[in-house]
Structure formats: structure tokens, C-alpha cells
Design a protein around this ligand. Sequence first.
Ligand SMILES: *[C@@H]1O[C@H](CO)[C@@H](O)[C@H](O)[C@H]1NC(C)=O
Ligand SMILES: *[C@@H]1O[C@H](CO)[C@@H](O)[C@H](O)[C@H]1NC(C)=O
Ligand SMILES: [Zn+2]
Length: 357
Amino acid sequence: MKSTSLSSRRALLVLLLHALFTVVAAYKPLSEGFLRNITSGGADFDPNHGSLLAPILTPRVPGTAGHTAVQRHFIDFFDTQLPKWTMEWYNTTARTQRGNEVPIANLLFKREPPWTKHGQANWLTLAAHYDSKSLPKGFVGATDSAVPCALLMHVARSIDQYVTQMHVEMAELGEGGTVEMDMGVQILFLDGKESLDANEPAFYGSRALSETWEMTINPAGSKYPNALSQVSLFVLLDALGAANPTIPSYFLLTHWAYKNMASLEARLRKLKLLETTPPSPFLLETKGRITETTDDYVPFMNRGTPFLQLLPSPLPPTRHTMDDNGAHLDLPTVKDWAKIVTGFALEWLDMMEVWPE
Ligand SMILES: *[C@@H]1O[C@H](CO)[C@@H](O)[C@H](O)[C@H]1NC(C)=O
Ligand SMILES: *[C@@H]1O[C@H](CO)[C@@H](O)[C@H](O)[C@H]1NC(C)=O
Ligand SMILES: [Zn+2]
């Protein structure tokens, strides 16, 4: 008992320090012109032919050919369209109840400011899990979490030119080197969220990765003591793509970031840049504490990482059934998410700095 409350108190302290750092960081809303320039990805989210989504809508249980094919889809996309992003594997293994070992592979794609030294950048981390449940057989998990993965690919390509421009301009000015400016961005495709042979989620990938990052100690004198503390915000997308989502604010310490996302959504809606009809998915009230859900943020939260969870409550009606497929997606909702999450990333990364207005 005692050690639990001590470690949770320690986690809280780390969180408070994080909150202090992130609050001083610049956060400038995007101008109307910038909002209008954000694209939704359109046909690329078509479940049957869309270049981003269709290749993920296949069973992708760790250790199977479908799983490897989806990894290839991510890698090929970044290789061919986003060559400035670097890639890292974070592998581990899981053991089934029968004792078989199954490889688990988290995939990370990132862009770091060219001037930051090791242990200096802070990371906006956008994450979704790409593995699918082994049961029911043939389950493709369209909302869980094929759509979130495709959304992250779209965000990466939408912000890429601005990230490049920011790096070039900052380097020319000789800027960089302060907490606010050393912002990197990483897209994380988590593996092994689902159990391999039971119904409860397992979090193999997120547990291993959060531990690896916690144990990766930065050189003495670094701004951040370990790799995990470099995560300025862990944004987890899950169960998105069904119509009429409601997203509560799950966490008091990042409620301000949730509100920023909600007001961005409200501005997009007011400018008639969204395809869905009201109400907004954002409730604008905080739950304060998480009571009903567990997800991949948990191993990170337990280690003190501030997170924002984009998970509908209630969950989509097709949850964990064969109906969680392309036919049951609501494409206007998917495309609205593409704009909202892209806009949030642009604001977080302070891209008004490079917008020509
Ligand atoms: C608006 O977006 C397009 C890509 O969709 C881009 O080519 C263009 O440069 C953007 N406009 C500005 C002013 O950056
Ligand atoms: C991690 O696993 C992937 C897929 O199983 C494999 O292709 C890759 O080489 C592995 N990487 C490392 C560093 O072990
Ligand atoms: Zn699931």
C-alpha cells in the first residue's frame, strides 16, 4: 500500500512539473486562413480504395502476414512521401496462454529539430495501436484502431512542410535551444494492445515502450532526465470513426489542452469547414478521474506522462464485433477528425510562426 501511494505521488509530481513546462510553451491559435487550408484527406479514407485506410482494414494480429503487411504500409508511406521522418522499432515479445512467443513491434516515426542535442527536444507524441483482436476471427477493427492509424498518417503528411519550414527558418535565425522552441513531433504506432488469446486488452507494446523510455537515461546535464520525460503530451486516438462520438475530458492536468482542441473544433465548425452536423464531440466538462476505461495511456500515465485521450464514451456500438468494419464507418466524422487532429498538432507546434499572413 505504502509504496503504491508513494509512487503515485511521485508520478503526480512529475506531472505537475510537466504541466508547468507545457504551460509556458507558446500556444497560438491558427488564423482563419490557416484553418481553411487544412485538408481532410478526402478519398484517402475510403474504406475500399483509400490509399491511407484501405490497406489497414485487414486482420492484423501480431505474428501474422496481415500484421507485417500493415507495418510495410506505414514504412512505405513514410519512405516515399515523408523521407525526412526517421523511423525506430521498439520490439518486445508476448507469450500466449499456450506458451507461444509472439513478436510485438511498436513503430515510431519522428522529426526532431536539427539543432537539438540528445535529450533536449520535447515530443508531441501522437499514438494509436495498429494490432487487431484475434477474435472474432476476421475482425478488422475499423475504429479499433485502423482509422486512428490512418488519421495519424494524414496528420504527419499535413504538417510535414511546416515542420521543414520551421526548422529552416529557426536555423537561419540561429534560434532554438529553449524549452518552448525545441519541439519535435512523433507518430507512434503501438502494437500488442489487444490480448492474444483472452478478451481483456494486454498493452504489451505500450508497457514495454514506456518502460524502455523510462530506463533510457539521458546524458548528464540534459534538459530531460530520461526519454520518457521528453514526451510533452501523449495524445492517444482510439475507437474513432463511428458517427456521433462524445469525447469527455479524462484528465484534469491536461484539461487545458483538451479545451484548446475543443475550441479549435468549434472554430472549424463555425467556419463551416467540418462535414458533420452538431453537436460537437467535445463535452467541455472534465471527468477529473478515469473510472470506466483502460487504454494504452495507462502504462504512460503510471510513469507520469501527461496524456490526452481521444476515446469516445460511450464506445461505438460495433465495439469488438465483426461490424467494426469499413461499411460501418461514418466518413464525414473520419474526415472531421483528420482536420481537428491536424489543426491541434499545428497549433501545438506553434506553426503560426511560419504561416504567411
Ligand atoms: C495550403 O495548402 C497547400 C496544400 O494543400 C499548400 O500547397 C499551400 O502552400 C498552402 N498554403 C500556404 C499559404 O501555405
Ligand atoms: C522489430 O520487429 C520488426 C517486425 O517484426 C522487424 O522487421 C525489425 O527488424 C525488428 N527490429 C529490431 C530492431 O529488432
Ligand atoms: Zn479493441
